[in-house]
Design a binder for this molecule. Structure first.
Ligand code: C5P
Length: 206
């Protein structure tokens, strides 16, 4: 069993915020795997060049680039398109495992779409964080409105819906829930309530 907390779930379910807070609470190492896909999508380099990068090189790019651009829905769709490519997924798989091997003496929290199914199927704890589509779109809209006042709710709703469909229906490593996961539905929960549920699940397995 690997010392990984695997967190999967659809776009804007709150899994990133929860993963970060879980890592802080337990003093675990955190890796946002969606950000790796977002950086690779933004870099737009040929596969041969990407293969020369280590996971730590890719993480370094996140400090160089504008966070709002990386986190935009536009770049999210780009990342989701790229994430269908088997060679990219193979490369990402290696990077994510390299990251955990490097931190082999510590516990790690990774959030994404395929962490508990493909990257670390033997994770000691698997959480599936979800919320209904409307709730996720509203949360995302509130966040993006702070940096772009022209943003439209209907566009955000459509982008998230499209990204969910792509991530669930793709052939390789689709987003998939099964009963090896603890299901956390944040539709009617505050982040603090959801965090409390996650902490008690993890504590019961440590
Ligand atoms: O989590 P985030 O929304 O930042 O991820 C951006 C995109 O990267 C997702 O829509 C998904 O297509 C892809 N992704 C993935 N597998 C992961 C993490 C992200 O396919 N483990």
């Amino acid at each position: 069993m690997s010392s990984v907390v695997a967190i999967d779930g659809p776009a804007c379910s709150g899994k990133g915020t929860l993963a970060r807070k879980i890592a802080e609470h337990f003093q675990f190492i955190y890796l946002d795997t969606g950000m790796l896909y977002r950086i690779i999508a933004y870099l737009n380099k040929p596969l041969e060049e990407l293969c020369n990068l280590s996971v730590f090189d890719v993480i370094k790019f996140s400090q160089k680039f504008n966070n709002n651009v990386l986190r935009s829905e536009e770049n999210g769709i780009r990342a989701s398109n790229l994430a269908k490519d088997p060679q990219i997924r193979e490369l990402m798989l290696k990077m994510q495992r390299d990251f955990v091997n490097y931190h082999s003496k510590e516990f790690c929290v990774l959030d994404g779409r395929d962490i508990g199914t493909v990257v670390f199927p033997d994770a000691f704890c698997k959480l599936f964080i979800t919320a209904d589509l409307e709730t996720r779109a509203k949360r995302r809209f509130q966040d993006l409105k702070k940096v772009n006042e022209h943003i439209k709710y209907n566009d955000i709703f459509a982008d998230i819906k499209r990204r969910d469909e792509q991530d669930i229906k793709r052939d390789i490593a689709p987003l998939h829930y099964d009963n090896s996961y603890h299901l956390i539905d944040t539709t009617k929960q505050s982040i603090e309530e959801a965090l409390g549920c996650c902490i008690s699940v993890i504590s019961s397995l440590l």
